[in-house]
Ligand binder design. Sequence first.
Ligand SMILES: C[C@@H](O)[C@H](N)C(=O)O
Ligand SMILES: C[C@@H](O)[C@H](N)C(=O)O
Lengths: 158, 158
Amino acid sequence: ERLVVSGVTSSKNEARIAVKGVPDQPGIAAKILTPIAEAGINVDMIVQSSPTGDTNDLAFTVPKTDYKRAMEIERNVARDIGAQDVRGDDSIAKVSVVGVGMKSHSGVAAKMFSTLAAEGINIRMISTSEIRISCIITDKYAELAVRALHSAFGLNSE
Amino acid sequence: ERLVVSGVTSSKNEARIAVKGVPDQPGIAAKILTPIAEAGINVDMIVQSSPTGDTNDLAFTVPKTDYKRAMEIERNVARDIGAQDVRGDDSIAKVSVVGVGMKSHSGVAAKMFSTLAAEGINIRMISTSEIRISCIITDKYAELAVRALHSAFGLNSE
Ligand SMILES: C[C@@H](O)[C@H](N)C(=O)O
Ligand SMILES: C[C@@H](O)[C@H](N)C(=O)O
């Protein structure tokens, strides 16, 4: 599959919420997300990596306008399920490298991560799909990240 | 955007690797992924959720055939970057709910998680995109998960 990185996107209209140290047992992810769905709040990224002992963390992004409401919902959920903490951050940006054939090219991801590193940008969350690799970074670096990724992938940065 | 869940997919040909407790600073994600790319190993899901103190976990999936090689690479990387641990698991399945308009429907994710919970299936990793919500579960539950998701989303489970 020939890889074609067709573009770089960025958006600053999301906020991140992480429910930390939840019991890693069936039903917990549903408890975290169901009240958000019932409140009519859209969710963009949902990310859970790997357990630590018998707990896990689950993070997701919501529109910035729903950040306070979603945090309040999750503080109640955290009490109900015995989570260790709820962390939120509304000064983030999502930068993504988009293209077909991503899935078979770990080289694209490595290059994206190295490019952000070379600019001293810390990657706070990562999620990938067949057509896109997305990184959450601090919002003030969004423009720098997009410029650096454009040039790293040889895209015309008009 | 009207949501159309068009299908459920599952695959058992991947294995998961998690590099735990890495320093949460620029350059680390590149150090973890670059040697995998250089070894010509494809990566499907890359998932990093949120930091714990000043460390983070990064997990990714590779074809089962590359599992041992990738684990060996990451054990060396872990020593080099001072990670706490490298965990691997090659008895996993990825089940996904696929459809357009996913992004604006946290209800789909909540329903997927509840459906797996109702069958007592623990969700070990989560990653989403605009068209798909993917969960890593233990491989022996793959068929049960697909059947349960088919019926929950009203898909003809021929
Ligand atoms: C943990 C890792 O993602 C780190 N934050 C980095 O930017 O590389
Ligand atoms: C942590 C959470 O994802 C849990 N493993 C569940 O299945 O709901």
